[in-house]
Design a protein around this ligand. Sequence first.
Ligand code: RB5
Length: 148
Amino acid sequence: MKIALGSDHAGFSLKKEIIKHLEEKGMEIKDFGTYTEDSCDYPDFALKVAEEVSAQNFELGILVCGTGIGISIAANKVPGIRAAACTDTFAAHACREHNNANILAIGERIVGTGLALDIVDTFLNSKFEGGRHQRRIDKITEIEKKYK
Ligand code: RB5
């Protein structure tokens, strides 16, 4: 599984921990920045990761900012992206199983590193359940089409 990662300055430190964690598991990852703690704008990195996931160059993405909220809002503007900001492991598996989320967003200022890594593992190990949930995803896609 190929994972695209991105963050702003407020998520930089947690992103580094997530990258270390995933590399230790032998996962194929690519970091689309930011690469320093200098102040920057989260939509820039949301866009890079969201475009890569939408183009199916990467199966899933992980984005980190201060709250996980701004970066998920930005990522969700890219057609085909379903980014979920998660602060617990229930949301991390439910967003895969029910919403077929393809990007996980986490807030470094909200969750500690241990919980964040559990959220990441839960997200990556959960699968979309399809069935009635696919009908709802199709309706989300219809909303995207309406405003294209
Ligand atoms: C940056 O200060 C902060 O606003 C950003 O990381 C994020 O939390 C926005 O949603």
